[in-house]
Design a protein around this ligand. Structure first.
Ligand SMILES: [Zn+2]
Length: 407
């Protein structure tokens, strides 16, 4: 299996790290680590964790939302494992008391896979995470994301406007990138120029030009955004906005008649507005450029073959504060052969869509409190994440607990 894979390290002096001269133990470790990576890729895992324990490493891989054990390493080989990963990632093997990060690529058949390695010194040694990024063609369409029909229609209408700022928000791991690319697929045309800049390029779209910051690059992310906008794309996609300069460059770009899609971490759509204002964005600039904000979550999807319905009692109804249909049923997980006895299969997304009205824009410009802006948005029909979540619980797609825990 390992020999089908070509490791491409960042540091050029290591032409073929698989052929490093090493003691028997180290050679075994190299093979073992490479096999773990290769197997993880085979199963479509997105992360591999080397968790230092008092004795050795516990190795777990993440598929979907869950981690499962894929191996163990003895105490005496811990250092060799860390070294192998440092070599692959182009890091300094002489240092083990500082956080380090690195990057390498694997070519597997037609697939190009990027691996990001993060190392953190901890009590029992270096904790190591490999994040695996499979570059694949973006194929998910908006209508496959699980948006409720009202939200989907409203969002497609917003995209059809064809200009302004579209924020895709949510916590890390909530599927923001997938939504962003599905949005681009919705509006991209051969006669338009689409460009993107993102720290991790996960998807490719035919006809879209994409770039990413290199490790230790000499320009900031904000400068890259400004320079991308100067190339006059009709559709611009910006990876995570994290500070004032990036926010400003992004919003500036949205003033030309173009679609600017940007990802950002936020708890809900109204919270995203507050985050931008807290970063130092002028409220009137934000109000003038904003076309839509999406906030989302990804949670486990109940296995339809074995989920168990139960009657919702009044206490839960009262606590939820949301009016449910009569004789409403929720579902809980059980487990069957179809879902590997986990009770869950795949994921389901929750969405909240904010569209600015004249009144809401006025309130933003007047710097009204986030509470009153939120109240106004609800009054105008904004479906909160919680409401969307409950509707998915009623459909038997998710448990109430998972929805509430995700908020
Ligand atoms: Zn099942």
């Amino acid at each position: 299996m390992v020999d089908k894979i070509t490791f491409e390290s960042q540091k050029k002096q290591i032409d073929d790290p698989l052929k490093m001269k090493s003691a028997a133990d180290e050679k075994n470790v190299i093979q073992e680590v490479d096999k773990i990576i290769s197997d993880a890729i085979e199963t479509g895992a997105t992360e591999i964790h080397f968790e230092p324990e008092q004795e050795g490493y516990l190795i777990r891989a993440r598929q979907g939302t869950l981690l499962s054990e894929v191996g163990k390493v003895q105490e005496k080989l811990k250092g060799n494992v860390a070294n192998r990963l440092k070599v692959l990632g182009g890091m300094d093997i002489t240092k083990n008391k500082i956080p380090q990060s690195g990057f390498f690529k694997i070519q597997k058949g037609e697939k190009k896979i990027e691996l990001y390695v993060y190392i953190l010194p901890t009590l029992y040694g270096e904790s190591i995470v490999i994040k695996i990024s499979y570059k694949v063609s973006a194929t998910m369409r908006l209508n496959q994301l699980g948006m409720n029909p009202n939200v989907l229609n409203e969002y497609i209408k917003a995209l059809a406007k064809g200009s302004g700022l579209y924020l895709i928000t949510g916590p890390p791991g909530s599927g923001k990138r997938t939504t962003a690319y599905a949005s681009i697929l919705e509006i991209i045309k051969p006669q338009l120029l689409a460009m993107g800049f993102d720290p991790i390029i996960k998807y490719e779209i035919a006809g879209m030009v994409q770039g990413k910051p290199e490790e230790k690059s000499e320009f900031t992310f904000a400068e890259a955004i400004s320079s991308l906008m100067k190339q006059e794309p009709d559709i611009a996609y910006i990876g995570d906005i994290t500070n004032e300069n990036e926010a400003r460059a992004t919003i500036q770009g949205a003033f030309a008649k173009r679609v600017v899609l940007a990802r950002m971490t936020a708890n809900d759509t109204i919270n995203a507005i507050q985050n931008l204002v807290d970063m130092g964005v002028q409220p009137f600039l934000l109000a003038a450029s904003l076309t839509a904000i999406i906030n989302q979550r990804l949670i486990r999807k109940l296995c339809p073959a074995c989920r168990v319905p139960y009657q919702v009692d009044e206490a839960i109804q009262r606590e939820l504060g949301i009016k449910l249909p009569e004789n409403a049923r929720f579902f809980k997980a059980k487990g069957c052969p179809q879902c590997n006895n986990t009770g869950y299969q795949g994921v389901v997304a929750l969405f909240e869509l904010y569209r600015p009205s004249e009144e809401l824009n006025k309130m933003i410009v007047a710097k009204e409190t986030i509470q009153s802006i939120r109240a106004q948005a609800y009054k105008e029909g904004l479906i909160s994440l919680k409401k969307d979540g409950i509707s998915k619980v009623l459909m038997g797609l998710a448990t109430l607990e998972d929805v509430l825990n995700s908020l």
